[in-house]
Design a protein around this ligand. Structure first.
Ligand SMILES: C[C@@]1(C(=O)O)OC[C@H]2O[C@@H](O)[C@H](O)[C@@H](O)[C@H]2O1
Length: 471
């Protein structure tokens, strides 16, 4: 089976991870520009000061994407490049840079798919409470409107937030992302609520503009499965899905929070403060979402445990996603299983879990349009005779695209696939060691770009609309 003619084959990046030029042409500082200076927070002290210098090399990079035949490029806008202080004055050089990116994409017929927030918050806002401060909701709405106004004539696909569970979870539970707070579930849940409210207000504002594009957001998609059929472990899977899936997807797609989680929060006395206006925004926005973006890397295999919360030391290593950590509330633990395959970073490789999870989403949320806005293999790619032979990445993406095809045949409404990542880039917690790209970046040779084996393979996938995939 070929993928439909309107299925988008894309690839993705994020501003802080590729641009560099963190203090160039009027850009304001972000929370990450400060956070990376804290010893131990990033791998070997790597920062995004240069990243892969996409700010100066974007023409070369987008030309390489065009040569691959990429149909759509998902990238994020750095809020602090557009509005340096988060609110107030607009930086014309920032508007100019992203206009150049968008126009360069359109020059090659590449569909720009824009993420408004991919974790780099203007430092002024972070210092003023960040996502814990309700003012950040209105600051985001203002920023989103500036982007709709500046780019909405050519950009017809907007993602408001990338992976709320990560920047809030690492920010207020694991302490591994700004603001680096550890084990503060009341802050975590309140911050997520403010983000959902900001999303809802931005959706409503976008629709009012009648720019006739589509808007949604991208969530991590990590469906939880019990390690066996015992009652305890089946309970653990249900609990994990309520906290990691329903808490994030229900307020966006249903306009209300899951009762199960709200009841649990009430027992702990940490239900987020929700105003009547927040509730109204969530309810109005829910049916206006055009799509949900799924960032799928792996499922979770869980078992029930009976431990107090906060039993994980807040280290970078503990936050890189490998199984074994207990949940923040001590109810379940993720488990590595003997009959599963794992990446070098301990992430399970499970295209089957992807199909099962997509079917679960269809049960929960019906026929909402879905884009796979991230999927890819983080690896250390072997270089043999000067060529980057990332065969494991080819196999990974092949198997996950076959899974997407299968899900579509089962009636799941998937309309596009964005590999993470278009080009090797900075990993927040793994430096440049964990590579995801179709294009290699040589940090020992002036950041020279080089097409990998997977670049040529994905070029063929796009050309044949997936008929070269091996199931
Ligand atoms: C934690 C990690 C990783 O480095 O493996 O997950 C996969 C991918 O998710 C993206 O949303 C992040 O922007 C990107 O940096 C990656 O981050």
């Amino acid at each position: 089976m070929k993928f439909a003619h309107d299925f988008l084959f894309g690839a993705a990046t994020a501003s802080y991870q590729i641009e560099g030029a963190t203090d160039v042409d009027g850009k304001g500082p972000t929370n990450w520009d400060e956070f990376v200076k804290i010893p131990g927070k990033t791998f070997e002290g790597t920062t995004g000061e240069v990243a892969i210098d996409h700010y100066h090399r974007y023409k070369e990079d987008i030309k390489l994407m065009a040569e691959m035949g990429l149909e759509s490029y998902r990238f994020s806008i750095s809020w602090a490049r557009i509005i340096p202080d988060g609110v107030g004055a607009i930086n014309p050089k920032g508007i100019e840079f992203y206009n150049n990116i968008i126009d360069e994409c359109l020059k090659y017929g590449i569909v720009p798919f824009v993420t408004l927030y991919h974790w780099d918050l203007p430092l002024c806002l972070e210092k003023d409470g960040g996502w814990l401060n309700r003012k950040t909701i209105d600051a985001f709405l203002n920023y989103a409107n500036v982007c709709f106004e500046s780019f909405g004539d050519r950009v017809k696909h907007f993602i408001t937030f990338n992976e709320t569970v990560i920047f809030c979870g690492h920010g207020y539970l694991a302490g591994a992302h700004p603001p680096g707070i550890h084990n503060a579930p009341e802050k975590y849940f309140q911050a997520t609520h403010h983000v959902f409210t900001a999303h809802a207000k931005a959706v409503i504002a976008y629709k009012k503009r009648k720019q006739y594009g589509e808007i949604g957001l991208s969530h991590v998609f990590t469906p939880a499965f019990s390690i066996d059929n015992s009652e305890d472990n089946l309970f653990a899977a249900m609990h994990a899905n309520q906290f990691n899936l329903n808490w994030f997807y229900d307020p966006i797609l249903k306009g209300e929070y899951p009762d199960y989680v709200m009841a649990w929060l009430e027992t702990q006395g940490i239900q987020p403060k929700i105003t009547a206006d927040d509730r109204e925004s969530l309810i109005i926005a829910a049916p206006l979402n055009d799509f949900i973006g799924l960032n799928y890397y792996q499922p979770m295999r869980v078992e029930r445990i009976h431990m107090p919360g906060d039993v994980v030391e807040p280290t970078r290593e503990n936050a890189t996603g490998a199984p074994g950590n207990p949940s923040f509330d001590g109810v379940y633990r993720t488990v590595a299983m003997d009959d599963k395959r794992y990446t070098k970073w301990g992430w399970e490789i499970s295209p089957d879990g992807f199909v099962s999870g997509l079917q679960l989403l269809k049960e929960y949320y019906g026929d909402i349009r879905i884009y796979i806005t991230e999927n890819g293999l983080g690896d250390e790619d072997p270089i043999i005779d000067g060529e980057v032979c990332d065969i494991p990445r080819i196999n990974f993406i092949n198997d996950h695209l076959v899974a997407v095809k299968k899900a579509i045949e089962l009636g799941v409404n998937v309309k596009g696939y964005y590999a993470w990542s278009a080009i090797d880039l900075l990993s927040w917690l793994n430096g440049f060691k964990k590579q995801y790209g179709f294009i290699y970046v040589d940090h020992d040779n002036g950041l020279a770009r080089k097409k990998k084996a997977s670049y040529y393979w994905y070029q063929k996938v796009i050309e044949t609309r997936g008929s070269n995939l091996k199931s």
